[in-house]
Structure formats: structure tokens, C-alpha cells
Design a protein around this ligand. Structure first.
Ligand code: PXL
Length: 275
């Protein structure tokens, strides 16, 4: 009896979107949100894991944080680059100075078109001294490699060295100060933190300040919003968009994902990209 087989349809064409980030075990944030976003936008996603965050449901959902061994991170980056030769990478949570050293060394040796940095500064499970060392290492070693950085209000305030960000003008000032640290484009996100009826972001490219505004959807933070914005920018850049196009489209993607949010037993909702 002869069997007929269907020939494979080998594809080399989909844009490849790469992420170096941590796992957040509820799936709301971290690499899970990044890879879902890549998929939703039609990019082929792959990733390198830097750390594992497991909230503790028996202790007020506090963060439990475990870093991945630096050599294991270097190995993942090595094989990811060797396999796919990506042109665009998103960097999410790194978590320790040793991780930052490893990632900085590995990515500095590769010719990127874009390095999108979501400067995740704090994990509530870390003790403050360790968190400060990590912030400083991120600023010194990763920021200069980033072409696009996407700080929220807290991150923008910390990186810009400002006491407060309470207006769109403050957000624009923070974006200018962070631009001076190295990245070509700064997307400073007001989110629900900035007072007023709108979710306002500022994109600064060293010359132009573009203000992006959309009505807020509630006043609660939604988990995974920051990850989703940076991941959407990454996927769209991998597909050939300009930074301004990618940022504008990413705001639409995350806004819809916040509207379609997912609730669970956790005390926070998560972004959900439907369809
Ligand atoms: O949303 C920031 C974030 C990013 N990455 C990981 C996280 C979190 C927040 O909890 O755990 C792995």
C-alpha cells in the first residue's frame, strides 16, 4: 500500500523577534507576555530566560526571585543568535549585576538593528541594596546598547534622577535626560501613574518630542502592560516598521489588550491580546 505524504512548506520569511527576559509564573508579565505578543503580531518569537519570578499566593503575592546561572544565559544567547541571526531584540527583566554583565557582553558582540530595552528596575523580592547595584549595572552596561528604551513613570524618574514626574512636561524632561544616557529613542510612558484622564506617552528621538495620548481605561495597573508595549515595538521593528510607526501601533495593541484584560485569582488583572 503506498502512502502519500504532504511536502513541507519550509519558510524562512517570518520576521524573527527575540527576547531576553524573565519568567513570571502566572503568565501575566515577563517572557510569557512577550512571546504571546510576538505571536499575536505574526512574528516568530524565541527567547532567553534570565530569571524565574514566582509570586507567593500564601504571602500576599510577594515576589520570589531566582536568577538563572550566567553561563546558562550565555549559552541560550549563543544558540539563539547562531540559529536565527535576529536583527532586533527586546531586553526585559535581568535582575542581577552578574546577569547584566553576561547579557551586555553577549549582545555587544552582535550587529543589531535595534535593541529595545524595557528597564525593569525593581523586583519586590530583592533586598534594596541588591536592587540598587542592579539599577546601576543596568544604567552603565545596558542603557548605552539600547536603541529604544521604554521606561514607566517610576523607571523614568529613577533613570532621569528626578524627584517627581507629575505632568507631561515632566515626562518629556525625563525622556530628554534619559536620551543623554545613550538610547536613540526614549518612550516614557505615563500610564495610570500620571494624573489626568489620559494615558500619555512621550517619544523623544533627540530632536522631536512626540506626545501620544489615549483615554485611560480605569485607574488600576494591569500586569504585563509594559512588557506588551516593548514586545510589540520589537515585533513591529523586526517586521520593518520605523520606530515611530512601531511605537504608535504598539500603543494601540496594549490599549486593546488592557480593554480585554484577563482576571484571575491574583489581585491584579493581566493584559490579554484577543485573536
Ligand atoms: O512587569 C515587569 C516584570 C517583567 N518581568 C518579570 C516580572 C515582572 C513583574 O513582576 O516578574 C519576569
Amino acid at each position: 500500500m503506498s502512502e502519500t505524504t504532504t511536502p513541507p512548506t519550509t519558510s524562512t520569511s517570518p520576521a524573527r523577534a527575540y527576547v531576553i527576559a524573565g519568567s513570571e509564573a502566572t503568565g501575566g508579565a515577563g517572557i510569557q507576555a512577550d512571546l504571546r505578543t510576538f505571536q499575536a503580531l505574526g512574528a516568530y518569537g524565541f527567547g532567553t530566560l534570565t530569571c524565574i519570578v514566582s509570586f507567593d499566593p500564601a504571602n500576599n503575592w510577594a515576589h520570589r526571585f531566582v536568577p538563572v546561572d550566567p553561563q546558562v544565559i550565555a549559552d541560550q544567547i549563543e544558540v539563539g543568535l547562531a540559529c536565527h541571526a535576529p536583527e532586533v531584540v527586546k531586553i526585559g527583566m535581568l535582575g542581577t549585576p552578574a546577569t547584566i554583565d553576561t547579557v551586555a557582553t553577549s549582545i555587544a558582540a552582535h550587529p543589531w538593528r535595534h535593541v529595545v530595552l524595557d528597564p525593569v528596575l525593581i523586583c519586590k523580592g530583592q533586598e534594596p541594596g541588591a536592587a540598587l547595584d542592579t539599577d546601576n549595572a543596568l544604567r552603565e552596561r545596558i542603557l548605552p546598547l539600547a536603541t529604544v528604551i521604554t521606561p514607566n513613570v517610576f523607571e523614568a524618574r529613577t533613570l532621569a534622577g528626578m524627584d517627581a514626574i507629575e505632568s507631561v512636561d515632566d515626562l518629556a524632561e525625563a525622556a530628554r535626560r534619559i536620551h543623554a544616557l545613550g538610547p536613540q529613542y526614549v518612550l516614557a510612558k505615563g500610564g495610570v501613574e500620571l494624573p489626568g484622564p489620559d494615558a500619555v506617552d512621550v517619544l523623544f528621538d533627540g530632536e522631536r518630542t512626540i506626545v501620544l495620548t489615549t483615554p485611560k481605561i480605569g485607574e488600576e495597573r494591569v500586569s504585563g502592560a509594559g512588557c506588551t508595549v516593548a514586545a510589540a515595538v520589537t515585533a513591529l521593528l523586526a517586521q520593518g516598521a520605523s520606530v515611530e510607526e512601531a511605537v504608535r501601533a504598539a500603543k494601540g495593541v496594549v490599549t486593546q489588550g488592557i480593554r480585554d484584560r484577563l482576571s484571575s485569582a491574583a489581585p491584579f488583572d493581566a493584559v490579554h491580546l484577543v485573536g
